[in-house]
Structure formats: structure tokens, C-alpha cells
Design a binder for this molecule. Sequence first.
Ligand code: AMP
Length: 530
Amino acid sequence: MAGKDDDDGPAIGIDLGTTYSCVGLWQHGRVEIVASEQGDQTTLSCVAFTDSERLVGDPAKNQVARNTSNTVFDAKRLIGRTFSDKFVQAISKFWPFKVISGPRDKPMIVVQYKGKERQFSAEQVTSMLLIKMREIAEDHLGTTIKRAVVTVPACSTDSQRQGTMDAGALAGLNVIRIIPEPTAAAMAYGLDKKASSSGEENVLVFDLGGGTFDVSIVNVAKGIFEVKAVAGDTHLGGEDFDDRMVKHFVQQFKIKNRKDISNNPRALRRLRTACEKAKRTLSSAVQTTIEIDCLYEGIDFYSTITRALFEQLNIDLFSKCMEPVQKCLNDARMDKSSIHSVVLVGGSSRIPGVQQLLQDFFNGKELCKSINPDEAVAYGAAVQAAILTGQDCDNENSKLTDLLLLDVTPLSLGLETLGGVMSVRIPRNTTIPTKMEMVLSEHQMIKSIDSDNKTSIHIQVYEGERTRTRDNNLLGRFEFCVPPAPSGVPQLTVTFDLEVNGILVVSAEDKTTGQKKKITVNKRFYITKQ
Ligand code: AMP
């Protein structure tokens, strides 16, 4: 745990959302979610570049029609990934801004900025967003902020966590802890219920955002939060529901006007904005209208949509949301009856159709909606920031310093052994931090021998659940050279040390010679296998 000192001033909690971001801080013995100058509790995760300035949040969105190709959203999805990653290829096709392959296959966003073509990494764009969140908090507090706890999705890889740390550093923030979003939400919820004397709570956190979906089971007992299991879908969220509505209206426009707007980015974008707004309205009303003047070739578009039709268009996606819930229960070896509370997080968890399916799954259990689903993650991050910096020390009512967080690794981590076999060292859902050691037997080693008779042992680190390493993600590799031993068999001990921030250090030591070598898995080594 970081030092509890006030030398660096207060620390903030930032929920870096795919669609919206939110900042919270600990003040007067409680969490405050800070509003931007526009009065919004959340800030659109969007950065725009113009001839004269850089805009973040709503001002970026407001000029998007005039400056589509230089308005960047979804940058978070690129963090810690390579350009050739299938996911990046699939998703970037639909973006109006350009993404190219940079050094080491890093995705680079290309924009026109102050009259010149510029390239920015996802970490750089994200840092611009983090600067904005920091400024919102600074304006509120009237003091400089240097430290932050930043949240990441539950299923984020080591390189995505590392990329988020890098973005923080670029924003001039010391990221004192990276925590998974559901852990933060569970923490916010735990505080809400801290007076409860039930002894133990199993909380299922259902986080359905704009582009990602995470389900986690968090056990809260005696002030300790432990994530028992995580499951999710990185391709499911509110934008998919928007897509379905957009397709529906494109079809309707075609039938009414005999014109296809699907190849007109501007018309599509205007329709998408209207659909997203209509979708939100349908969470509280049973019917709404769509009105767009001059949508295409001077034709106005007016239509209505009911909540029932919206649900019908999305019912398969809503049902798909229940699969990770069951998977998470299976992984945690729990029955649905062992879940005490179901917590809703993320803007899309407001959709009544989704809530109904979830409630039915848990045999009618009341869902916890008391914490604003847009703010719960930032709330928890602010609590964690207060714990790490001792900001709550003066508050006698607070038990913050008694709380501990335990996170789990979302994917299994292991080594390639002979025959391309994945030898798992740290199984999925192992509590972080953790350390595992193995002695590599000769029949497991992948070796090559050079002309000087020197043996190189190839250590290749993977993450994933498949039995063959070719189907998993290569995280990093190094070679361990051993001199020719009389017996010919080096005694190699390989250690996997997964640190509290999810950063993995893999080291190898030859016990006979004492020679050591290690790698820290970060984005420089990260390669996604196709
Ligand atoms: P997040 O990634 O958690 O910020 O969630 C953003 C997503 O939530 C976007 O797709 C929004 O359209 C969606 N959203 C926000 N409010 C509502 C609402 N009232 N009803 C349905 N979806 C919403």
C-alpha cells in the first residue's frame, strides 16, 4: 500500500469509461462526484483536434459535425493492443478518424491539428482526457492534484493496465493504484452497507457500459473485498443497442423514401446520436420520437419507437448479457442463491428490459440501484484513493483504513512448454498479488544449441485459457543462455510474480550457476496472436 502522507496533496478517483468518464474525491468525510463546468457529473470520453485548439468532453462533441475525422472517441479500446489485433481491425473500420500501424505495430490515431498532420497513441489521447478530469477536480478543490486511482475494465490485460498507467504519467498524474471497475463499484456499495452486521456479502456486480460488459462476484467480509470471479464480453454494450436501432431506421428510411443512407457517414452519425438519445428516453418512457431535419438529400426524418420495439430489436443481445452472469457463478463455484446483492453499474444497466431479465435470473431478487450507475465506479476509486493517501484519517466515523482490496487475474498466465503446450502457472481468477515458482523439467524446456555448444532456453509467457499456446496471447519472451553443463541439464526455476497493479514479472534462475534473468510484461512485449 502506498505511503499515507499528505505531502502530495489529495488524491482523486477516476473512472476512465469507454464512453463517459467520471471523477470523485474524498471531502468532508464522504465522496463527492465532481461536476464539470457544464454541470455534468460525467464527461464524454472524447477528444477533438481543431486548427487552433484541443477540446475534451462536450465541447468536442458539439463540433463533431464540422470536424468528424479529427474527433476521437473510444481511444481506451486501443490501449495496450496492437494495430493488427483482430479486435482493433474490426472496430476501427467503423470509426470516422484514421488509425494506422505505428512503431512495433502500435495503433496510432491520425488527425489534423493546428494545420498539421499529427499522430497520437491511444495513451496520449487518454492522457488528454485524464488531464481534463484532473482539471475538473482542481477547479472544485482550488488546489493542484498530483495523484489518482484509475479504474480499468475487469478483463483488462497487463498491457492495458500498463497503458493506463502510462497515460496517467503523460497527464502528470502519479497513478497510485489501478483497480478494476467492479472492485471499485463493490467498494462503493460496501461503504453504503458498512453498517450491516450480516458478516458476509456476496455481491454480483453487473456492469453494462457503452462498449464493454463485465460481471464480477465480489465477496465482502470483515472489511475485505475479494473478487472471486470475473466474466464478461468486451464487445457488448450500449453502442450495440444503438446499432440495432440505427439499422431499423435506415431500413425504415429506405422503405419510405427509396433512398439508402447507409453510405453517408454524416447522416448515419446524426441518426446514431438521435437513436442514443431515444434509447435513454425509453428507459423511463414507453414511447419516444426521432426527429432529424434534412437527414439525407434534404429529406426530413420523423418517426416513433416504443420500448417494446426497442426490446424486440435487442432481445438476443439482452439475453446474451445473462451468459457471463452464469459463467461467473460457475467460476466462483457459487449457486445463484449464494448471491446476497446484485449491483447495477454502467449507463446501460438502466435499461428496463435488461433489469427485468437479470431480476428474473435471480428469481425476483431486488436489484441494488441506490448508487448512481454512472458514478459508482468513480465513487469506489475515490474511496480507494482516500485509503491509500490517508485522507480520511481525521474522520472518526470512517472505517476506510480497515478496508482491503483483493483482485483476481482475469486470464490464466503460463509458459509455453515443448510441443506448444500452455503450462498454466497462475490460473484465471487467482487473487492478486500472487507468486508462483516452478522448476522447469528437461522434457518441458524449449531449447536451441548454437555453434559454441551454448544452450538457449526459450521462455515464452502467455495469457489465455486454451491448451495450445498458439491460441493464447503471447505476452513476452526471453532467452536464457546456459553454458554446457557436464550433466547437460540446467536447473531452471521460473517465477511468476503478479504484482498488485496486475503487472507481471517473470524471472528465471539457473540454480546451478546462480545466473538470473527477468522480464516485466508491459506493452513493449505485448503481441496479440492472430
Ligand atoms: P458507460 O460506458 O458506463 O459510461 O455507459 C454509457 C452507455 O450507457 C452509453 O451507451 C449510453 O447510451 C448508455 N446509457 C446511459 N444512460 C442510459 C439510460 N438512461 N438508458 C439506457 N442507456 C443509457
